[in-house]
Design a binder for this molecule. Structure first.
Ligand code: AMP
Length: 189
């Protein structure tokens, strides 16, 4: 099973990805998590990415495409994967198409998780409180920036994948278990 979770910050991509990992026995591949680990470890990638992530901009396509390409080569991705936070631009989606073509692999579905902006702000502020400041980009100003970046650069992916017949839209405002059920139903149908 090869899935993409698409949605604005706070929509519940990470929460749902972790549940789907257990349900389908395939790994979660979060470019945000990989970048945060690199930042924490102060690797050359992390040092380059830190200021960009902190201000809510997108890291370059070349960097994230490289991260994903390397990660998809690992053995645990052979049975499938759940992409969380990638692709975020049309150029990334096209790069992913090429990576999968090279492997003779196909996407099964792109799950769009929808939620309204006020709820996203509320959730991300809550996440910031609960994480004790672990995410330097979870504050209201940077969040509004990330929502704008999502609208401009990532939302066009809905049409991109819709044209390929891959989009399944679920209501991210519903309780977590209902969102999971809707995702599973949309995959299995
Ligand atoms: P996330 O945890 O998915 O919300 O990502 C946190 C931050 O990491 C984003 O605001 C970007 O700065 C960076 N990032 C994560 N994934 C990508 C991506 N696919 N392309 C560019 N930047 C990304």
């Amino acid at each position: 099973m090869r899935l993409i979770l698409l949605g604005p910050p706070g929509a519940g991509k990470g929460t749902q990805a972790k549940i789907l990992v257990d349900a389908y026995g395939i790994p979660q591949l979060s470019t945000g998590d990989i970048l945060r680990s690199a930042i924490a470890a102060k690797t050359p990638l992390g040092i380059e990415a830190k200021a960009i992530v902190d201000r809510g901009d997108l890291v370059s396509d070349a960097i994230v495409n490289g991260i994903v390409s390397e990660r998809l080569d690992a053995d645990d991705c052979k049975p499938g994967f759940i992409l969380d936070g990638f692709p975020r631009t049309i150029a990334q989606a096209e790069a992913l198409d090429r990576m999968l073509l090279d492997k003779g692999a196909k996407l099964d579905a792109v799950i769009e998780i929808k939620a309204d902006a006020d709820e996203l702000v509320r959730r991300v502020i809550q996440r910031a409180k609960e994480s004790g400041g672990a995410r330097t980009d979870d504050n209201e100003d940077v969040l509004r920036k990330r929502l704008g970046v999502y609208q401009d650069q990532t939302a066009p992916l809905v049409a991109y994948y819709s044209d390929k017949g891959l989009i399944r839209t679920v209501d991210g405002m519903a309780p977590v278990d209902e969102v999971t059920a809707a995702i599973k139903a949309s995959i299995d149908h």
